[in-house]
Write a protein that binds this ligand. Structure first.
Ligand code: SF4
Length: 467
């Protein structure tokens, strides 16, 4: 048994299906490779305040909701401050391989600040990959500059195929010194987004398409959208659930977010057509660290301003070599575990508590999220993560965490088992009352190994005994 699906990054090492030149670009990119996100970190620098469109799911008081969770405000930096922060993070968290500009507005509505930041990073830390996330309105204007700067990864948020649907998503756009509304705005932005996608692909830039999924608005169009962006040469499609934001047009209209089941269904519809990103955490515009963790508070402006940073690409390289040795060991272990394919057999959902390095290394009570996998005789497929509030902050607070615990258990209610490094007595009782098995015996094993062992011991054996 191995990671079987495109959702797991495709094939056993996640990337082996890719041509060598593309593999090099993505193998240590935590967003473009599902496997890499267990090992490598990213950071966003918030240098781009202005925006040139108004999305109905976004409130301009906060970060751009095309990449970030709504309701989040980032600390705005100048390009010089941003670069200082990048260098400081690069030495403190050497597994950080990628710097992205994703807001808080649109990077290409702030071209001077955005490109100045990228130029400085390229000059001072050329080993760091550069990423840009945009609504696409001005992408064709800047695509050559993007290419010349060596920005290999561009994310475009495209939410519709038809102008009719797009007109329910954008209130207005500001383009060529003029404000457009309604269907006219919708036509222009879609045209510019798809042109931008094509222009990037023609220049060998890898494109990830983000789509904010609101079932009543664009749910019917997503399969077509996936097919279209695939045909045009996009590399990944990231279908992000719309999250209700304070004071947005959608909140006033009562537009509802998708349920986890609706998200899973739409991903299943799109997956035959297109590689999907399933591990996006909708990070804030100043996020720092592994996906799923945010160490931004360690690198605020007041903390970095007086820092003396001695950047060493050599040191970073030595850390990356260690990481690659670990990854190679894990890959070998997974290959040894690969079973001949059988009938698909029983499929089960299993929640895993991990804080990185692809290991079962987190306690149930301190987990901020669970990784949800579908396991069957045919393989292991990563489905998505589910955020939870840790109910345990030391023994006293643990006792007060009843409601939080209930909430976590209800979020995991469709899982057959939870695999964690440790699960306390109280949650164990409650989970087992709900029919969810608590498994600690695979603590600190690599996740694929733990899932395989779980499946063999508790699913296959049970089927044999019962059969
Ligand atoms: S928002 Fe998604 S794509 Fe962007 S850095 Fe976070 S995980 Fe990666």
């Amino acid at each position: 048994m191995g990671c079987s699906s495109k959702g797991c990054g495709t094939s056993i090492d996640g990337l082996s299906y890719l041509p060598e030149n593309i593999r090099e670009k993505v193998e240590n990119h935590p967003c473009y490779s599902q496997e890499a996100h267990h090992f490598y970190a990213r950071m966003h620098v918030a240098v781009a305040p202005a925006c040139n469109i108004q999305c109905n799911y976004c409130n301009r008081k906060y970060d751009c909701a095309n990449e970030s969770r709504p309701g989040v405000v980032s600390e705005l930096l100048t390009p010089e401050e941003a670069v200082k922060k990048v260098l400081a993070v690069a030495m403190e968290i050497p597994q950080m391989t990628v710097v992205g500009i994703a807001g808080p507005g649109d990077p290409l509505a702030n071209p001077d600040r955005t490109f100045r930041t990228f130029e400085l990073i390229k000059e001072k830390a050329p080993d760091i990959k550069l990423c840009l996330s945009t609504n696409g309105l001005r992408l064709t204007d800047f695509v050559d500059r993007i290419k010349d700067l060596g920005i290999d990864h561009v994310t475009i948020t495209i939410n519709a195929v038809t102008p009719e649907t797009a007109s329910k998503i954008y209130s207005w756009i500001f383009y060529n010194h003029k404000r457009y509304k309604g269907i006219e705005a919708a036509r222009i932005i879609l045209e510019k987004q798809y042109e931008g996608l094509q222009a990037c692909v023609e220049r060998g830039i890898l494109v990830k398409v983000n789509t904010v999924f609101a079932p009543e608005i664009n749910g019917e169009e997503l399969e077509e959208l996936s097919k279209k962006v695939r045909r045009m040469g996009a590399f990944l499609h990231n279908i992000m659930p719309y999250v209700e934001g304070e004071g947005t047009v959608y909140q006033k209209l009562g537009v509802r977010p998708p349920t986890p089941q609706e998200l899973k269904e739409v991903q299943e519809k799109c997956e035959p057509h297109m590689s999907l990103m399933r591990h996006c955490r909708q990070c804030r515009a100043d996020a720092v660290g592994l996906l799923g963790e945010d160490r931004g508070q360690e690198f605020t402006k007041d903390k970095i301003i007086h820092l003396q940073v001695n950047y060493s690409a050599e040191y970073r390289k030595s850390i990356h070599e260690e990481i690659e040795k670990e990854r190679a060991k894990l890959k070998k272990a997974r290959e040894l575990m690969a079973l001949p394919l059988e009938e698909e057999g029983k499929k089960v959902l299993v929640a895993v508590a991990s804080k990185g390095n692809m290991l079962v290394n987190e306690h149930f009570g301190t987990a901020h999220e669970f990784l949800i996998y579908e396991v069957s005789s045919q393989g292991i497929k990563f489905i998505h993560h589910r955020k939870v509030t840790p109910y345990c902050h030391g023994s006293i607070a643990c006792l007060e965490g009843g409601d939080i615990l209930e909430d976590t258990i209800s979020k995991l209610s469709d899982c057959e088992a939870i695999i964690a490094a440790k699960i306390g007595f109280e949650p164990r009782d409650l989970l087992e009352q709900k029919g969810i098995k608590c498994v600690e015996e695979f603590a600190y094993l690599p996740i694929p190994e733990a899932l395989t062992k779980y499946y063999e011991k508790y699913v296959l054996e049970k089927v044999k005994t019962e059969g």
